[in-house]
Design a protein around this ligand. Structure first.
Ligand SMILES: [Zn+2]
Length: 198
């Protein structure tokens, strides 16, 4: 895929503190704007529909190298169950489409991020009705790579996923949280035991 043809990262995936794309990997701190490897963004949002209020529970970017290192830490049992869950519950054929403008016969399909994240890709529940959800995307430099992600996963689907984690994998995630999230303890507790969906 031609880098220049990829859509710019939409603001839904910006770092909420800088209001800009994430600049560094959470773990190795490499500069994501200069790297030629892709990276994943995950943002967990708490939503209070009655008050039209949103708060960020946690958010980060992880480079491809660190993701594959993390995956090695998860038990093969956990990885298999997660793959199985997604293959049974995520309908790939119903994901939105995106097609860059080429000078061939194919009509370009513009990228509209709301189509991709406005309902839970597993449960189908609309985002405006959810109290808790996670946004995931794959990016490279300042661009987003629309394939299966970006998507939104509701708290409901995340509860299913937590149940699929083996004790060994949950232990690894707890250690990871202790090491990388220094936020308020109540947020840390929320993150603990949450599967990383990238
Ligand atoms: Zn990294």
């Amino acid at each position: 895929m031609d880098y220049d043809k990829l859509p710019d990262i939409p603001k839904e995936f910006f770092n909420s503190e800088t209001k800009q794309p994430f600049s560094n990997c959470l773990v190795c701190e490499c500069n994501l704007m200069e790297e030629s490897q892709p990276y994943a963004i995950e943002r967990a949002i708490r939503h209070y529909p009655e008050m039209a209020l949103k708060s960020v529970v946690f958010e980060y970017a992880l480079c491809a190298k660190c993701i594959s290192q993390m995956e090695n830490e998860l038990s093969s049992e956990t990885k298999m169950s997660i793959m199985k869950y997604f293959s049974e519950n995520l309908d790939l054929s119903s994901r939105p489409k995106w097609q860059p403008a080429e000078d061939e016969d194919e009509e370009p399909i513009p990228f509209d991020v709301s189509e991709w994240i406005d309902s839970c890709s597993v449960k189908g529940v609309p985002r405006r009705e959810l109290y808790e959800y996670t946004l995931c995307a794959r990016c490279i430099g300042e661009k987003i790579i629309p394939e299966v992600v970006p998507y939104m996963i509701s708290g409901l689907a995340q509860d299913d996923l937590v149940d699929l984690f083996s004790n060994k994998s949950l232990g690894f995630l707890d250690d990871f949280t202790d090491k990388h999230f220094s936020g308020p303890p109540e947020f840390k507790e929320l993150f603990k035991g949450r599967p990383i969906l990238v």
